[in-house]
Design a protein around this ligand. Sequence first.
Ligand SMILES: Cc1cc2nc3c(=O)[nH]c(=O)nc-3n(C[C@H](O)[C@H](O)[C@H](O)COP(=O)(O)O)c2cc1C
Length: 194
Amino acid sequence: MSLSEEIIREFNKAFKKARVSGEPEPTAMVLATSDCNGSVTSRTVLLKALDENGFVFFTNTQSTKGRQLATCPRAAATFLWKASGCQVQLVGTVTCVDNEAADAYFSTRDRSSQIGAWASDQSAPLDSRETLLKRVRDLEEKFDSREVPRPPHWTGYVLNPETVEFWWQREFRLHDRFLYTLEDGTWTKQRLNP
Ligand SMILES: Cc1cc2nc3c(=O)[nH]c(=O)nc-3n(C[C@H](O)[C@H](O)[C@H](O)COP(=O)(O)O)c2cc1C
């Protein structure tokens, strides 16, 4: 199901406000995932795209989040924009972007980040930093001056929300909260108590 134009517009307005207010990393969102036993984990990822299909981030499919998403394709994400007094929360389903979209984004990354994506066995134990740096050197040699392809274990995910909440800081903790909920294909908007 698609995000409404109103939600995208409200998100973009809030995002812009965060950026002009000096928020150092406005694309950062804390993403929570879980496995099928209900064990929940969270971490920060960067938002790389937003359209009617949802919020796109990129990561390693073998990481903790990647493995959890493979078994339980749902997530919650929170943006905190302290400088502008705003929080946005999303809850919904997660799917992978198609290979063309993942390749297209990967090709825009710095070469060093591309090599890093190959070098990092994300979330697996690592005996030393030297081991990682050696892997990087080996990969630099391997790819030489060739284009670095996208690793098969690295892709984009789309969080397609069923709820989106905008929280705006107001005086005396009487904050404004607006919850958008998708039900039977229709988005409704509800004001919530702070
Ligand atoms: C500001 C910030 C941005 C980050 N962005 C990403 C990202 O876009 N993708 C990613 O895989 N990890 C990103 N990370 C690292 C993750 O927070 C996390 O350490 C990593 O993805 C492994 O998470 P997992 O073991 O829970 O799967 C970021 C960390 C920080 C602090």
